[in-house]
Design a binder for this molecule. Structure first.
Ligand code: ADP
Ligand code: MG
Length: 280
């Protein structure tokens, strides 16, 4: 992150609320902003609202209250703004969302589709797109696997294809929802190191949800802890002490919660923590 980029706001979430059909309040009156180039990790029990917050950042979940504002394009409730914002926002998913019977290269090329209209995308994409896709595969160390079918790659390699596809979109923002939840620890570390390095090199803003506290502390520039549909912690990893952890993990003093279970989360409404607002 270069100094000139360091405190430039990229995205602001204002008084955001999300209530799902059926009445579950997944986020309540949440305000937070994301700085350009920052690598933010969302922590919290299952059901805390991490995926919901991530998905509101490109309106895959449309807020019930409040709004999300892109500093560059404006409020996302405007369709033209949203289209521009989405073009520069890439997603990385837990289960990759790749087309398994297609090659790694083909999958990465789909990252370019947002740059072409529907009619254009029925035809071979331009040579520059092909070169860019190959370059993205090279950056994740998979240049030699470009023509292999994705179902012949390991889980870690598949997630690296997912990252290459995100990069092919030339994003300003990457949203990753538990990108390493399906991977073993050694592979998880490699994938997160890669993602962090590339985001740093390219000045990409990243918001990533993780279950593993250790990885959050190791890789994040900033940690946002969610509990009971609220932000209860927002600071650098070194500020995350046992008391703060207890807020995030609903009063359970749990210094190493590796895979919190749904059942814990579903008790959460009975133990709403005090909201902590620490400026990042
Ligand atoms: P996390 O990612 O931290 O596990 P989520 O954002 O997925 O949390 O979920 C927050 C709450 O909203 C949970 O109680 C969850 O069951 C509920 N929820 C999530 N998605 C939906 C949905 N599509 N419809 C109804 N309830 C949902
Ligand atoms: Mg989730």
């Amino acid at each position: 992150m270069t100094p000139s980029r360091s405190r430039q706001t990229m995205l602001t979430v204002e008084q955001l609320g999300v209530t799902y059909p059926g009445g579950v309040e997944a986020l309540r009156s949440t305000s937070v902003s994301f700085q350009r180039g920052e690598f933010t990790v969302l922590l919290g029990l299952s059901g805390a609202g991490k995926s919901t917050l991530l998905r509101t950042l490109n309106h895959l979940v449309v807020p019930s209250q409040g709004r999300v504002v892109s500093a560059e394009f404006g409020p996302l409730n405007d369709r033209a703004n949203l289209r521009q914002h989405r073009r520069k926002t890439a997603m990385v998913f837990q289960h990759h969302q790749l087309i398994l019977r297609h090659s790694a290269l083909h999958n990465v090329l789909t990252g370019r589709l947002g740059y072409h209209n529907t009619f254009r995308s029925f035809f071979p994409l331009p040579r520059e797109d092909l070169q860019l896709a190959l370059h993205c595969l090279e950056r994740v160390g998979l240049a030699d696997k470009a023509l292999m079918r994705v179902d012949q790659l390991s889980g870690g390699q598949q997630q690296r294809v997912g990252i290459a596809r995100a990069l092919a979109q030339q994003p300003d923002l990457i949203l990753a929802d538990e990108p390493v939840a399906s991977l073993d620890p050694a592979t998880s570390e490699k994938v997160l190191s890669l993602l962090k390095r590339i985001c740093n090199e390219d000045g990409i803003t990243a918001v990533i949800s993780l279950h593993q506290l250790e990885y959050a502390q190791r890789f994040a520039d900033r940690i946002i802890g969610l509990a009971n549909a609220h932000i209860v912690f927002d600071a650098t990893p070194d500020a995350l002490d046992d008391d703060q952890l207890a807020r995030i993990y609903n009063g359970h003093r749990q210094s190493r919660p590796s895979q919190p279970q749904k059942t814990q989360a579903h008790n959460r409404l009975h133990n709403a923590p005090t909201e902590l607002e620490i400026a990042p």
